[in-house]
Design a protein around this ligand. Structure first.
Ligand code: ZN
Length: 408
């Protein structure tokens, strides 16, 4: 009733493999494709390729294939085993599936595509009609395949970022390739060893090829980079967004304190103004700009802190390090004179690390790519309902953000 020839073509089978029988089971809406091989041929050992006679057969196995006409399609076969003098009794490779796959190659490719498109394991399961375990198995194998195919490419600009896993109790270190926009490496923790593990996995040539590294002002990372990367001190660029975040937080601390003392005197000018001060000037919504203009021309401490914050942004517009340094000196003096402790703290933090702030003039990199990847990772994590196990979470990051060649 079903064309064995047709299924032979669908599965791409060539001699000695052939489709022996195709059975349609209307009740279970399944199509069973029974595959056999001809007698007497030789089979290569999967490890050394030596041609050997069939020794015996492994028990019958089943692989799920792409549906045909909305019927679940299952391929059944017994895989020959050969006895290799060197490798013992082993199963030979079959052309339609990978050694430990539960799906045919085409099905596996399809599952990978759907997983990529829906961004969630659960969603893919519902669409394809497979179990979570089956989908996960494909995903895990795809990542292992992708990682094993990875060549020692030279990455010239990397971003190092930490990611809180499970509400800040645990961290992961994520190294991204700024130019490709992919995650190159994930490791546990945010210690020196976390980043050292990345550098340890690189060849000397790859380490030499690193021209610039964007990272937060986080001493363990700095130490790891200084130890592993030649001339690291001229290549580390402290992320400007991270610095501006500190500055913005300082403005907010000033505002909260000032608001408290104003409210005590019945002055409510600073109530509900948080966003006006922390947003970058151009991001304040047009309908609130008049409000900001009015407030910032007063003698409020918050207004001064805000002006210092907005002014600091100019630091990253200089092309020449000498000019950036000169600008910073002026800004720093202003911030220190401000008599606002949170603002002074940021100025001091930057002063001690200025060399690697103004390396930005030369390298012009930020962790924005890493941050973009971060939000992608968070979305994946949220949609998947969180990954209890950090190893699984890592696998998912590689699957969605690794830029790997995943298909069999
Ligand atoms: Zn062998």
């Amino acid at each position: 009733m079903f064309d064995t020839e047709l299924y032979q073509q669908v599965l791409g089978l060539t001699a000695p493999w052939r489709v022996a029988e195709v059975k349609l089971d209307v009740e279970s809406t399944q199509i069973h494709v029974h595959v056999e091989h001809g007698e007497g041929g030789l089979w290569p050992c999967p490890h050394c390729q030596k041609d050997l006679a069939c020794y015996d057969h492994a028990p019958k196995r089943t692989w799920r294939h792409l549906n045909t006409c909305q019927f679940q399609t299952l391929v059944h076969a017994r895989i020959p085993r050969v006895e290799c003098a060197e490798h013992g009794v082993v199963q030979v490779k079959v052309p339609w599936a990978e050694p430990h796959g539960r799906f045919t190659l085409l099905m596996e490719r399809f599952v990978i595509d759907v997983l990529q498109a829906c961004r969630t394991v659960k969603g893919a399961c519902a669409l394809i009609g497979i179990s979570w375990d089956q989908a996960w198995h494909v995903l895990e194998r795809a990542v292992a395949r992708g990682l094993s195919r990875k060549e020692a490419v030279e990455i010239s600009r990397i971003g190092v970022d930490e990611k809180a896993f499970r509400k800040g109790h645990r961290y992961m270190t994520i190294v991204s390739d700024i130019d490709r926009g992919t995650v190159d490496f994930v490791s546990d923790g945010r210690e020196k060893a976390s980043l050292a593990a990345y550098f340890g996995s690189r060849t000397p040539k790859q380490l030499n090829a690193i021209k610039a590294m964007a990272m937060d002002m986080w001493e363990p990372y700095v130490q790891a980079a200084l130890e592993a990367v030649p001339l690291a001190s001229s290549k580390i660029v402290f992320d400007r967004f991270h610095i501006m975040k500190h500055m913005t937080e300082a403005v907010d601390v000033v505002r909260r304190r000032e608001n408290r003392s104003l409210v005590a005197d019945g002055d409510e000018r600073l109530k509900r103004t948080k966003y006006l001060w922390i947003a970058s000037r151009e991001n304040v919504p047009p309908k609130r700009r008049a409000e900001l203009r009015e407030l910032r021309d007063t003698d409020l401490k918050t207004a001064r802190a805000w002006a210092i914050k907005e002014n600091l942004r100019h630091l990253w517009s200089y092309q020449v390090e000498g000019w950036a340094r000169r600008f910073f000196n002026g800004w720093h003096a202003w911030a220190i004179r401000s008599r606002m402790e949170p603002v002074k703290a940021v100025a001091r933090m930057m002063e001690g690390r200025l060399d690697n702030v103004i390396t930005y003039c030369r390298h012009r990199i930020t962790n924005a790519v890493a941050e973009g990847l971060n939000s992608k990772i968070m979305t994946i994590k949220r949609r998947a309902g969180g990954y209890r196990n950090p190893a699984n979470f890592k696998t998912v990051i590689y699957f969605y953000c690794g830029g790997l060649r995943l298909h069999p």
